[in-house]
Ligand binder design. Structure first.
Ligand SMILES: CC(C)(COP(=O)(O)OP(=O)(O)OC[C@H]1O[C@@H](n2cnc3c(N)ncnc32)[C@H](O)[C@@H]1OP(=O)(O)O)[C@@H](O)C(=O)NCCC(=O)NCCS
Length: 209
């Protein structure tokens, strides 16, 4: 298992750390501000009306991490110290070493390229620490902001998948984008240079889903 305690992902001006119990107040604050923008596209804000709700969601993410079924990170602004977004890897296919990436940015931080920065940082972690060969990004076609994040991150559009996302209102068609390790060369970064995964030791993905 990848040790959470010393792990920091650094990409441009954004630092990401694994979500911890102590992050519940910051996560609740982010969700309260951004719920109307995030909820139509992602369901993790369900039940986010209290500190207990935020703590319960973090506990689920931690449990997934411990079972090597999910890796959720919070993104922090290095100047203000505010939680500005997050990203998570999940839905692992261990046999073929790929998974799904999700990302979100708080409403007041949108439009500053944070989404693509989170995408690159978390994907770099997946490739370098988990030994992934491919990361998939799925979104509803109407989610223009998410499509732009995928494109600006260097992901390639691969197709349209019917009934691929179960979201509000039932099954939805999805656009599929993917990243592979060579998509993340330092030259794709619009920011200050290549990102870093700061962690003691790489750990290969070892678990069947
Ligand atoms: C998708 C999301 C992560 C984008 O994050 P971001 O940090 O704003 O990303 P960027 O700054 O690179 O902007 C990406 C696009 O968002 C749109 N955008 C920019 N500023 C915006 C704002 N203030 N409000 C709404 N959308 C905005 C633009 O289409 C932009 O594309 P462009 O750069 O070509 O103009 C964010 O909008 C979000 O959290 N959305 C809700 C959750 C979600 O849909 N996640 C993806 C699920 S598949």
């Amino acid at each position: 298992m990848v040790d959470r305690s010393a792990l920091r992902l650094v990409e441009g001006s954004v630092v990401l750390t694994p979500l911890r119990e102590a992050d519940a107040p910051a996560l609740l604050d982010l969700a309260r501000e951004s719920r109307d923008d995030i909820y139509p596209w992602m369901r993790w804000t369900d039940g986010f009306h209290s500190l207990d709700g935020a703590a319960a969601r973090i506990a689920e993410w931690l449990s997934e991490w411990n079972r090597q079924q999910g890796y959720a990170f919070a993104a922090w602004d290095t100047d203000s110290g505010a939680m500005i977004g997050g990203g998570s890897l999940g839905q692992f296919n261990a046999k073929n070493r790929f998974c799904n990436l999700a990302y979100w940015v708080r409403t007041s931080a949108r439009g500053r390229g944070i989404g693509p920065t989170i995408t690159r940082a978390v994907s770099r972690f997946g490739f370098e620490q988990l030994g992934l060969l491919r990361i998939e990004i799925l979104m509803e076609p109407e989610n223009t902001a998410s499509r732009r994040v995928a494109e600006k991150s260097g992901a390639q559009r691969e197709g349209i998948l019917r009934n691929r996302i179960l979201n509000l209102g039932g099954p939805k068609t999805a656009l599929l984008y993917s990243l592979i390790p060579s998509d993340l060369s330092p030259t794709t970064s619009p920011l200050s240079g290549p990102g870093q995964v700061q962690s003691p030791a790489p750990a290969p993905l070892s678990r069947e889903p």
